[in-house]
Design a protein around this ligand. Structure first.
Ligand SMILES: Cc1cc2nc3c(=O)[nH]c(=O)nc-3n(C[C@H](O)[C@H](O)[C@H](O)COP(=O)(O)OP(=O)(O)OC[C@H]3O[C@@H](n4cnc5c(N)ncnc54)[C@H](O)[C@@H]3O)c2cc1C
Length: 209
């Protein structure tokens, strides 16, 4: 059995643990210095800027594109497994444009996205005013509406990932601060303030830590 040790249990650590938990022959242990989901993940707005981001090629775009597609299957999959609703906004993202250069960039981006099979709508100020009468649009040149981008509740999502990973055998060790990591010929030694762990692989998902 391959022993994998993860340092950090924010959205990144929890997601990796969840994905690894469906692989046979792997024992995953996740260590976090807090009681879990207390880092950046607990502060995030969960806005997922995929189509609306300026990335159009290479790995940065590829990862965003894969993520947009994966979230639409991941959320219902998790909701079924943990019998809980995860707040997930499927209404898209609206970005207001006040800057001429940015407005031009977005017009170019909309064409690129169309060629990539995604949709970005360019709204004039009049359209914006009509569809969103609650917004103060005087300073806006227009807006970009991205119907395929999403927003998720990061904390609830992460808690669900932990819950399901735990059900599948992942161990979570909360309140353990990793203070040292030693790489040896036969694996790794990970030291916390109270104990030492052996692992074949170590994944560092410690965020700013
Ligand atoms: C105010 C705010 C708003 C944001 N809004 C968005 C947004 O809308 N959309 C978006 O995509 N991103 C947003 N982000 C960014 C997003 O929150 C982060 O990119 C994401 O949460 C990082 O997740 P993580 O798992 O890498 O880190 P974290 O959630 O920080 O998790 C790292 C974990 O590692 C643990 N750790 C660190 N060091 C150690 C150690 N030595 N031993 C044990 N445990 C350790 C910490 O306790 C922590 O739990 C926002 C961030 C902030 C602060």
């Amino acid at each position: 059995m391959t022993q994998i040790l993860m340092i950090g249990c924010g959205v990144i650590g929890a997601t990796i643990a969840y994905e690894l938990s469906s692989i046979a022959g792997v024992q995953v242990t996740v260590i976090d210095r807090t009681s879990g989901v207390q880092g950046c993940t607990s502060a995030a707005l969960g806005v997922m800027m995929g189509c609306i981001s300026q990335k159009t090629k290479g790995r940065a775009w590829q990862m965003r594109e894969t993520s947009i597609r994966r979230y639409d299957t991941l959320i219902p999959e998790l909701e079924t497994l943990c019998q809980q609703t995860i707040p997930y906004n499927r209404q898209g993202i609206l970005m207001l444009c006040r800057d001429e250069q940015k407005w031009q960039q977005k017009q170019k981006l909309a064409k690129t996205r169309q060629s990539q099979g995604w949709e970005l709508q360019l709204w004039s100020r009049a359209t914006l005013q009509e569809r969103c009468p609650h917004l103060a649009v005087e300073q806006c040149l227009g807006a970009v509406y991205s119907p395929q981008d999403r927003q998720v509740h990061p904390k609830i999502l992460t808690e669900c990932l932990i819950k399901v990973a735990q059900m599948r055998g992942v161990r979570f060790e909360f309140g353990e601060d990793v203070v040292n990591l030693v790489a040896g010929y036969s694996g790794y030694r990970v030291q916390t303030q109270s104990q030492e762990w052996q692992a074949d692989r170590v994944i560092i998902a410690a965020g700013l830590g």
